[in-house]
Design a protein around this ligand. Structure first.
Ligand code: HEC
Ligand code: HEC
Length: 510
């Protein structure tokens, strides 16, 4: 109702008019204190209406039903940063989920295997297909990934009563209901990254060890791609190969042995142990106590005035909360965990040897079909999950492909998606050079735009700045900043293999 076309003098709705009058008369008649009091009041009311309590972080341990096991979490941390879990010897979780970027990507589109062991702006290597979302706060996500393909059908990641569902080949078979060991969605999810050929496994290691390295597999157009038959059946053999490594590393035998009696007694390290350690580390990576949470709990000084006004727009006129939900199953993560097409421009890596190792969708192989990749329904084309927005200001790029590198541009895109997509220039958007050459046509994307963003929304300059301030400062939990998270990356790892070099962490230390 508050969305107006770009008319010279948009006719405000009743609610808007009322808010406007309250704000301005408050400021004039009663001075600044009264005005800020009124903003506080309105924001508290808006939060209450949206179902936001600011208490989500305190629910972690009760919902786990046990305290966090700090020794297990620390083992998970070592695994998170040790390239020995990746059969290609050059990548691990931390290479993409970087402590210098809030445990998200340093790139617009992730670079996995065949990288230069650098994590930061100077990372090189073939690109995959999407930007790495942050691993922080994922303990609260009812589904994972840009297209939600790993999910807890119970609607609650802490509840395995309906099992956990993955795409084929795992489907719903690997994690059946009420499994006594795998109880949280993240414990299950950790089974997947080590098997991803383009992320960490490379094209060697299992069935494909016979013959030359498959890194240089050529698709006939001079590009490096996975072997054509590299479908899911390989996952289990890859996991076994990773376990052979862990079991062959005395340091890991000792570390797992200290936590798992069966290992101490000489039994093997298995993948559930790997998954539980990684997930435990992720449980310690919950940074959901932002100024907005403190404000919601009653500390009116936790947010500055601009961020508060931006909050009113986020929950009000901007209707951002209609997709970036905070109530119920969203666990106050600022996402409805549904997929929408919001008309994000499509960029793809430069067409050439070594520039990309995933074949993109569409006739030009420069598109990403998003949810359709999982459901097979053309109506789901170009749909991606509403991004959870906590700690968003720590990201160097935005959207599923990092098409924008400034938060302001990502917000502006929402205000008039069609216009933004049609005018899009990757150079102006600041993406890396190799991503500036191939832009897929955008009209088909725009033809299926989500109604929630299809009508342009006008914000004046002040309103826009407040909204950005809300996202930047209101939703930032300071514990996730690089200076803090960089301390997590070990200077050596149990396997003795080389450690990744985090560019922006070094700068922090110097
Ligand atoms: C090559 C880069 C790369 C590596 C290495 C990697 N990830 Fe990811 N991760 C991604 C990308 C890209 C996505 C989103 C994929 C998609 O939606 O298609 C993702 C998604 C996730 C998510 C879901 C986040 C969300 O918002 O839903 C979690 C959790 C996660 N990864 C954890 C891990 C763990 C744990 C490891 C190591 C065992 C790991 N990742 C290794 C790139 C990587
Ligand atoms: C119709 C649903 C919808 C509405 C309304 C909406 N968003 Fe989004 N938003 C999304 C989706 C979907 C994405 C991810 C799109 C993608 O990557 O392809 C997203 C991504 C974002 C991102 C980028 C975050 C990241 O990690 O990449 C920001 C910032 C954002 N939204 C802010 C806002 C703001 C501010 C508003 C209100 C003005 C808003 N959104 C309204 C659905 C919506």
């Amino acid at each position: 109702m508050n969305r107006s076309l770009f008319r010279p003098h948009p006719r405000p709705s009743g609610a808007m008019l009322l808010t406007g009058i309250l704000l301005t008369t408050g400021a004039i008649a009663f001075g600044d204190d009264a005005a800020s009091g009124s903003v506080d009041k309105q924001l508290h009311a808006a939060l209450e209406q949206a179902g936001f309590t600011g208490k989500i972080q305190s629910t972690l341990v009760p919902r786990l039903g046990r305290p966090i096991d700090t020794r297990l979490a620390d083992l998970g941390r070592l695994l998170f940063f040790d390239v020995s879990g990746g059969l290609h010897d050059d990548n691990t979780c931390g290479g993409c989920h970087s402590p210098s970027a809030g445990l998200g990507d340093t790139q617009s589109i992730a670079i996995g295997v065949q990288n230069n062991l650098i994590v930061g702006p100077h990372r090189t290597g073939p690109r995959n297909q999407r930007r790495t979302p942050s691993a922080a706060n994922t303990a609260f996500y009812p589904n994972l990934m840009w297209n939600g393909r790993f999910s807890a059908p119970s609607g609650d990641p802490f509840n395995n009563s309906a099992g956990f569902v993955f795409p084929a080949p795992e489907g719903s078979t690997l994690f059946p209901p009420n499994d006594p060991v795998i109880k949280h969605l993240l414990q299950a999810q950790a089974f997947i990254p080590p098997t991803e050929l383009v992320e960490v496994a490379g094209f060697t290691g299992t069935k494909f060890t016979i013959g030359p390295r498959f890194d240089q597999f050529d698709d006939g157009k001079g590009r490096t791609v996975p072997p054509p038959d590299a479908s899911g059946f390989r996952n289990e053999p890859i996991r076994q190969a990773v376990l052979t490594r862990l079991n062959g590393t005395p340091n890991y035998r000792q570390l797992f042995g200290a936590l798992f009696p069966t290992v101490a007694a000489g039994g093997p390290i298995d993948f559930t142990m790997f998954g539980r350690a990684i997930a435990e580390f992720e449980f310690t990576m919950v940074f959901a106590d932002a100024p907005l949470d403190k404000f919601a709990r009653g500390d009116d000084n936790a947010m500055d005035s601009s961020a508060k006004k931006g909050g009113l727009i986020f929950f009000g006129k901007g209707k951002c909360v209609s997709c970036h939900t905070v109530s119920g199953k969203s666990n106050e993560m600022f996402s409805d965990f549904q997929m929408h097409n919001i008309g994000v421009p499509q960029i793809a890596p430069f067409f050439g040897v070594g520039q990309g190792n995933v074949i993109f969708d569409g006739p030009g192989e420069d598109e990403d079909f998003g949810l359709e990749q999982i459901t097979g329904k053309s109506a789901d084309r170009y749909k991606f999950r509403s991004s959870p927005l906590r700690n968003v200001s720590l990201q160097p790029a935005f959207f599923h492909n990092g098409a924008f590198t400034r938060l302001e541009d990502a917000v502006r895109h929402h205000l008039n998606a069609a216009d933004s997509a049609r005018r899009y220039s990757p150079v102006n958007a600041g993406v890396d050079l190799d991503l500036t050459y191939r832009i897929a046509p955008v009209e088909l994307v725009l033809a299926a735009l989500d109604p929630g963003v299809s009508t342009p929304l006008h914000l004046d300059i002040d309103e826009f700045e407040h909204l950005v301030a809300f996202l930047k400062r209101g939703l930032l939990d300071e514990r996730a900043i690089p200076r803090r998270l960089c301390e997590l990356s070990p200077s050596s790892v149990p396997s003795g293999m080389p450690v990744l070099s985090f560019e922006n962490c070094k700068r922090q230390r110097d």
